[in-house]
Design a protein around this ligand. Structure first.
Ligand code: PXL
Length: 291
């Protein structure tokens, strides 16, 4: 009898930022803790993420095709391809090509269209990047924009006071672009400044799910990366969409709660190291609702 390791492999296409717990520095620990073999295809190396006023930036666009060719030679296969922050428009074309080459009928393709937050694009993001990101979004099985990114992808003005019907329409328009499942994060709850929500739907199901959780008045970079990492791991572990939403929302809330009590620089992100073990404890209670 031969024993085979049952460790599944995820290609993680994000930047590596040394300071601030974003991108690969959230993706790798979270998905490793959840039992996956994370294979990084880095898009850029930064001294620190781009929400600090200054940062160094090494664009890896030229290196990416070399890494991809080598992976192809090695004959590696991936159970999931998970993309986030892109360093240049040309890179997005390379990543689209990577998906064409490595996707099989069983591959889960998760696209986090990292472009901006709170109604603004991040400092390196241009209109051309938004347009290219639309091409990548079309190829996703699961698309996870925040509200800013959802409006940017649809070329509509940002607003925060959306009704549930408006959010459902946003999801429908985004899924018409291609993705089976669309999850919109960071959705304010009208009239309740102490709450925030995520809302999601799959074309293959058509029920719309919402998870609401307490909102603490602080912005921590990287929480979107951590959220989508937990979603990716949870779906690969076989959880339903609403359970994946609950696990991800609870993990982020635990991370924020573990950080908020300190007088820290918020740009350092959440204290991920403190909450990683929670990813392997059974979910205690689910709070999802149908809307
Ligand atoms: O968290 C998203 C993200 C990823 N990568 C870089 C960023 C940000 C957000 O600021 O700057 C480099």
């Amino acid at each position: 009898m031969r024993f085979q390791p049952n460790v599944r492999r995820i290609a993680a296409i994000h930047d590596l930022s040394g300071i601030g717990r974003t991108s690969l520095m959230a993706v790798i620990p979270i998905l490793s803790t959840m039992g996956f073999n994370v294979c990084p295809l880095p898009t850029a190396i930064l001294s620190n993420h781009s929400q600090y006023p200054d940062f160094s930036f090494l664009d890896l666009t030229e290196e990416m095709p070399r890494i991809i060719d080598q992976w192809e030679k090695l004959g590696v296969t991936f159970d999931a391809i998970y993309t986030g922050y892109m360093g240049s428009p040309r890179q997005i074309e390379i990543v689209c090509g990577f998906i064409e080459r490595f996707r099989t009928a069983d591959t889960l393709v998760v696209v986090d269209p990292v472009l901006g937050d709170n109604g603004h694009l991040y400092s390196k993001m241009t209109q051309e990047m938004v347009e290219e990101m639309r091409r990548l979004a079309c190829r996703a099985d699961v698309l996870t924009p925040n509200l800013t990114e959802a409006f940017a992808l649809l070329d509509r003005p940002y607003k925060t006071d959306c009704t549930t019907e408006e959010l459902k329409d946003l999801i429908a328009e985004l899924s018409e672009m291609g993705p089976d499942t669309v999850i919109i994060t960071g959705v304010p709850v009208p009239g309740q400044s102490g709450l925030t929500s995520v809302i999601a739907r799959s074309k293959s199901d058509l029920r719309t799910w919402k998870v609401t959780c307490p909102y603490l008045p602080a912005h921590y970079p990287g929480t979107g990366d951590s959220f989508t990492s937990v979603i990716t791991g949870s779906l690969l572990q076989g959880d339903s969409l609403p359970i994946a939403l609950d696990r991800a929302a609870q993990f982020i809330l635990q991370g924020i709660r573990s950080t908020f009590g300190y007088r820290m620089d918020n740009r350092d992100g959440i204290l991920l190291e403190r909450v990683l073990p929670n990813l392997n404890t059974p979910i205690q209670s689910a709070t999802y609702e149908l809307v």
